[in-house]
Design a protein around this ligand. Structure first.
Ligand SMILES: C[S@@+](CC[C@H](N)C(=O)[O-])C[C@H]1O[C@@H](n2cnc3c(N)ncnc32)[C@H](O)[C@@H]1O
Length: 259
């Protein structure tokens, strides 16, 4: 498979769960949606395509550099119903209005009190509005004897998140978070994301993105990671082992705030 084909599979693998979650939760054309901790906008833009021209999605994040990437991606893809705002949970602009759905991916894991964060967003939800979140859980990190470098790279990622104070079990905690926030849960689900020699892997890319954090947290050294050769080493490990790597355990949940 060529590099373009592999990239397409990886993008699908990253977005596929999110797309199904949003559709199954009932996100519809014309919805007004708030995307919490939108980062570089992948979920915001996906939602903007689902709600169509009559809908609107506002993504907010504290990271201005990520918001710039999101704005550029929207312009490049000519998506005009997505807007990006610099704000934090608990500090949204007063005039932002109310939403048919509040969504978020991999953001509650970084909140010191996820229930408090979800509760603080509920005043922005319309009556009977939807709340949809996707989070990962480190429970997917099995020690795979055939893939020691993959196992190691996965551990660098989760150990860094844990050292930064992130909740590595937020996925399996989502049910309790929603209940304690007073939401009526419609469905909670989980799915293992598997990688094989055929699918390729985003592991080296994620380690590269997190490299300064991995090193700063003291989880691993530049020499141990050897980032320039990491992707090549991972690829050959997967090819030689001809094995399945459990990359992630992804959780999704949706519910409503009833009047
Ligand atoms: C792992 S990224 C996920 C980005 C995006 N949701 C996605 O799935 O592609 C987490 C994002 O949450 C943002 N974030 C974390 N805590 C936040 C808060 N309290 N308020 C707003 N954004 C926050 C970070 O700046 C970062 O961009």
């Amino acid at each position: 498979m060529n590099a373009k084909g592999l990239k397409a599979i990886m993008i699908n693998q990253r977005e596929d769960f999110t797309y199904r979650l949003l559709m199954d939760a009932g996100i519809k054309k014309g919805f007004r949606i708030l995307d919490v901790g939108c980062g570089s906008g992948d979920v915001t833009l996906l939602a903007a395509e689902i709600v169509g021209a009559d809908g609107e999605v506002i993504g907010f994040d504290t990271n201005e550099a990520a918001l710039d990437i999101a704005r550029n991606a929207a312009a490049e893809r000519r998506i005009i119903n997505a807007k990006f705002v610099k704000a934090e949970i608990g500090g949204l602009p007063q005039d932002i209005g109310r939403f048919d759905a509040i969504i978020g991916r991999r953001v509650l894991m970084y909140q010191p009190d996820a229930t408090h964060s979800v509760k603080s967003l509920l005043p922005y939800l319309k009556t009977n509005g939807l709340v949809v979140f996707q989070e990962s859980d480190s429970m997917g990190s099995f020690k795979n004897m055939d893939l020691p470098l993959h196992t190691q790279a996965q551990a660098w990622i989760w150990d860094t998140v844990a050292k930064e104070g992130g909740n590595v079990h937020i996925g399996s905690n989502l049910y309790c978070v929603f209940k304690q926030a007073g939401l009526t849960i419609a469905q909670v689900r989980a799915e293992a994301v598997l990688q094989t020699p055929e699918t390729g892997s985003d592991l080296a890319w994620v380690v590269k993105m997190m490299l300064p954090r991995i090193i700063q947290s003291g989880t691993a050294t530049q020499k141990e990671i050897d980032i320039d050769l990491l992707e090549e080493r991972l690829n050959s490990e997967r090819q030689n082992a001809d094995a399945v790597f459990v990359r992630d355990m992804t959780f999704g949940i949706w519910g409503t705030m009833q009047a």
